[in-house]
Ligand binder design. Structure first.
Ligand SMILES: NC(=O)c1ccc[n+]([C@@H]2O[C@H](COP(=O)([O-])OP(=O)(O)OC[C@H]3O[C@@H](n4cnc5c(N)ncnc54)[C@H](O)[C@@H]3O)[C@@H](O)[C@H]2O)c1
Length: 251
């Protein structure tokens, strides 16, 4: 398929996991793709890697300008870089709240702000934010992370409203638990990684974790010209976790 031929894309957090799968799929579908990441050392041609920290405005501006120059514009922005936090509302101090909100929420603000002049010049402009099921379901031990992703959801809707008349579509995907290096690190820290993995699998009605490729397919759909009529939506890719209430097996 080459439905993205002639289009350019910038993917934040594109060196690993969901972002990397998205960058690779956009490339396979014909886009010219740049990746913005804290560590783009694993990114090689034809992907274009740019080092930046989405919590640092100067580095974001410089990476977005560099990517736009090299690509000859930006049609698609995937705001995917994110960071995690565990615990209840009692467990994180103010500095940790500021750190996570700075990456997960303000990171989207900074990259989108820098990319908007380029998106306005595109006939197929789309922004896709990586949100989370944590925005729509109450998950234990995720107070700060959930607050950040709830903000991403609300920001997606507000941005979609602000830019609809400029022809810029804004949507988000809400993944359930996805088998990425991020979740691998979480499992490694668990007292019993196999039991923790089984609990995460059992929480999703499909009984398994999602793959990064499955989430990437949803992001790429929302980014693509075939989704020209879609803006202000949240597309769940969560193995049924948000919408289904199955009865226990055999009962
Ligand atoms: N894995 C899951 O189960 C899951 C579920 C729902 C949502 N998400 C979201 O998906 C996104 C990607 O997660 P993943 O699982 O692919 O993680 P990952 O750790 O595999 O990849 C994240 C990438 O983002 C980069 N990154 C992190 N902080 C950054 C910063 N400040 N500036 C620039 N780049 C930065 C990292 O270097 C890394 O390459 C995140 O927004 C996360 O919240 C993940």
């Amino acid at each position: 398929m080459s439905d993205f031929s002639g289009l350019t894309a910038l993917v934040t957090g594109g060196a690993s996991g969901i972002g990397r799968a998205t960058a690779d799929l956009l490339l396979a579908r014909g886009a010219d793709v740049a990746v913005l990441d804290l560590d783009p050392s694993t990114v090689s041609g034809p992907l274009r890697g740019y080092a930046a920290d989405v919590s640092d405005d100067a580095s974001v501006r410089s990476a977005v300008a560099g990517a736009a120059d090299a690509l000859g514009g930006i049609d698609i922005l995937v705001n995917n870089a994110g960071t995690g936090a565990t615990g209840t509302v009692e467990d994180n101090d103010d500095a940790e709240w500021h750190r996570v909100l700075d990456v997960n929420v303000l990171g989207i603000v900074r990259t989108t702000r820098a990319a908007l002049p380029h998106l306005r010049a595109s006939a197929h402009a789309a922004v896709v934010n990586t949100c989370s099921i944590a925005a729509t379901a109450g998950l234990p031990q995720r107070a700060l992370y959930s607050a950040s992703k709830g903000a991403v959801h609300a920001l997606t809707l507000a941005m979609a409203a602000d830019h609809v008349r400029e022809g810029i579509r804004v949507n988000c995907v809400n993944p359930g638990t996805v088998d990425t290096p991020w979740v691998g690190r979480l499992l490694d820290r668990a007292a019993d990684p196999a039991a923790e993995r089984a609990a995460l699998e059992a929480r999703q009605p499909m009984g398994r974790l999602l793959s990064a490729d499955e989430v990437a397919a949803a992001i790429v759909y929302l980014a693509s010209p075939v989704a020209a009529g879609v803006t202000g939506t949240a597309l769940a890719v969560d193995g049924g976790m948000q919408g289904l209430r199955p009865r226990p097996e055999g009962r």
